[in-house]
Write a new protein. Sequence first.
Length: 270
Amino acid sequence: MSTEHRTAVIGAGVMGETLLSGLVRAGRRVDQLLVGEKRAERARELEERYGVAVVSNVDAAARADTLALVVKPQDMGDVLGEIAGVLRPGQLVVSLAAGITTAFIESRVPAGVAVVRVMPNTPALVDEGMAAISPGSHCSDEHLAEAEALLASVGRVIRIPERQQDAVTAISGSGPAYIFFVVESMIEAGVHLGLPRSTSSELVIQTLVGSAKMLRETGTHPAVLREQVTSPGGTTASALRELEIHRVRAAFLAAMEAARNRSRELAEGQ
Ligand SMILES: NC(=O)C1=CN([C@@H]2O[C@H](COP(=O)(O)OP(=O)(O)OC[C@H]3O[C@@H](n4cnc5c(N)ncnc54)[C@H](OP(=O)(O)O)[C@@H]3O)[C@@H](O)[C@H]2O)C=CC1
Ligand SMILES: O=C(O)[C@@H]1CCC=N1
């Protein structure tokens, strides 16, 4: 990518700021970054925090080579309507919104604008993001590689067919929330069992990090790793029996189906 390549982030909420901060950490020149943000107070905050120029969406779209759209799916139609007039062939639009299809974006932008759909996640804030990217119908290999590089600055990236995006949203997009929910529940359980909250937090967080590292570094199936912890007639077997009685496995399946279905609904509402 040339050093004179401008990237704009439109919609600097939780995910937009996560991406922006990652680009700054990865060494992108701040004079090559633009942010589209409508609230003056938020604009000042971002300018102070990152030293980036916060401009109107139209300005950002006109000046950038790559545009990351990180507004809510429900706002995507309005934002595309606002910027379509200044977009030009050769630009790259990367959408990070759940449910919004590349076909929808392509129908709202001039012909020749390349579109990539991405499902990122918030661990990008600590450069451990997981992003899945899918090209639109007029996207060159160079444009896809450019989108990949954008997301690779904050974690891992895989390429997937767009039809898998709703499922991916349910697994890795929303996934951190399920993990935090489990962590929160285990910490509370520790407190219930009489541990100080700080002790319980430290135990649970290190257990999570250690278990994640084992999964990655050993490549062993999680069921095998779980069996290794489960001594015959021991404590883990007693706990796991309760999780099965409370249908936790079925609850996870139902939860992720609900997330996948919601992603499809967001697509239908576009
Ligand atoms: N949070 C997450 O974990 C993930 C989110 N995503 C996707 O990222 C997108 C944003 O989600 P999230 O960051 O959680 O939501 P937020 O509500 O935190 O961020 C959305 C941002 O867009 C701004 N915005 C709204 N309308 C406009 C506009 N017309 N021009 C410029 N900015 C605008 C909002 O500003 P204001 O508050 O002033 O309205 C807000 O700052 C969604 O599409 C979501 O599907 C994808 C994967 C993970
Ligand atoms: O909850 C949401 O809709 C967004 C998409 C994936 C994670 N957060």
